[in-house]
Write a protein that binds this ligand. Structure first.
Ligand SMILES: Cc1cc2nc3c(=O)[nH]c(=O)nc-3n(C[C@H](O)[C@H](O)[C@H](O)COP(=O)(O)O)c2cc1C
Length: 353
């Protein structure tokens, strides 16, 4: 039986264990939305994770979702990420960064311009801005001629991730952000070959993955999906056909991993895992316990190669050691998830403290 606490080889990356830290938006970027020395300390504290997937990071200014999320489209931001990569590597960890273009899950109050999306369909709900909660706005539908430019933003950010010394990137095609907006019938009513059928809805995501893989190497590129997820006002029909088309397009690329957020329909998710020819990372996506028992069972029964935990790593820098030894866990401070500087970020106690 595979053991969670034993090493795993993920393409060229030698992971010390099968536990992955989930991407977690923490809204603590510094000037110019660059990661700070505090971010380097936060991630270095968590370097005993087999793999860290760093927080959702905008590949362009227009792709920013929330205040003070980091970017990866300026030299200052690239330098900030280099600090993070160095700090994690110095502790023997591995780290990829999640490239997250918000699409319609943003607001003019955040990015200074109308958010873009596959179609001019307003999501239900509200977004946090520095002026308080605001209703989502009707996004501007991207023109067909603009799509290569968005692909190029992902490619540029991925190149910058490599220049910063990070171990790779994760394309965020989950949780209702831009890439899932293309996949989802509820957000995509395009008639230009990028919507209308499962294959056409999958096409933009496949084009982004193909271009990023060509630029930095397929073994440096993972992708996160949340089939049938409903986060951020997303809704999908023809789910099985759309994700089958997506995986058909992605499988030949030989990507680093497929990261699946579990939904209610676990049988469907098993089919996806069966179709995927590479390594799998699994996260419950808020559907159930994200604990040692769940992780070990999912690895034991072959559901996944690697198990991804979010809030457990957020509150426990030494989560791996705590799970291995059966120690108690720190509780998450929900008041400092998205603000608070060092408080609730780098001050969670270690077992040894
Ligand atoms: C504070 C916070 C921030 C998050 N930010 C992101 C993000 O940037 N990108 C993403 O894909 N998921 C994000 N998530 C979802 C987590 O990656 C994960 O799917 C979720 O926390 C469920 O796992 P858990 O039960 O182990 O925490 C976030 C979750 C939390 C609690």
């Amino acid at each position: 039986m595979p053991n969670l606490f034993e090493p795993f080889t993920l393409a060229g990356l030698e992971l010390t264990n099968r536990l992955v830290m989930a991407p977690l938006t923490r809204n603590r970027a510094g000037a110019g939305e660059a990661p700070t020395a505090l971010a380097a300390e936060y991630y270095a504290q968590r370097a005993s994770a087999g793999l860290i997937i760093a927080e959702g990071t905008q590949p362009s200014a227009a792709g920013q979702a929330y205040p003070h999320t980091p970017g990866l489209h300026t030299d200052e931001q690239t330098a900030g990420w280099a600090q993070v990569a160095d700090a994690v590597h110095a502790r023997g960890g591995k780290i990829v960064v999640q490239l997250m273009h918000a699409g319609r899950i943003s607001h003019e109050a955040i990015i200074g311009t109308r958010p873009v999306a596959p179609s001019a369909i307003t999501p239900a709900g509200q977004v946090y801005t520095e002026q308080g909660m605001k209703d989502f706005e009707e996004p501007r539908a991207l023109e067909t001629a603009e799509l290569p430019g968005v692909v190029a933003e992902f490619v540029d950010a991925a190149r910058r991730a490599m220049a910063a010394g990070l171990d790779g990137v994760e394309l965020h095609a989950a949780n209702g952000y831009l890439l899932q907006q293309f996949l989802a019938t509820g957000a995509n009513s395009r008639t230009d070959g990028y919507g209308g059928t499962p294959e056409y809805r999958a096409r933009f995501v496949i084009e982004v993955a193909t271009a990023v893989a060509a630029a930095i190497g397929a073994d440096k590129v993972g992708i996160r999906i949340s089939p049938a997820g409903t986060m951020n006002g997303i809704s999908e029909t023809e789910v099985a056909a759309t994700y089958a088309a997506l995986l058909d397009g992605l499988n030949p690329l030989g990507l680093l991993y497929l990261h699946i957020l579990e939904g209610q329909d676990t049988v469907f998710h098993e089919k996806l895992r069966a179709q995927w020819t590479g390594a799998v990372i699994f996260n419950t996506g808020f559907t159930g316990p994200s604990d040692l028992g769940t992780a070990q069972a999912a690895v034991d029964d072959g559901t996944t190669d690697l198990f991804c935990i979010g809030r457990g790593f957020l509150a426990n820098p030494d989560l791996v050691e705590r799970l291995r030894s059966g120690a108690d866990l720190n509780e998450v401070d929900t008041t400092t998830l998205y603000s608070g500087g060092a408080k609730g970020y780098t001050d969670y106690p270690l077992l040894s403290a």
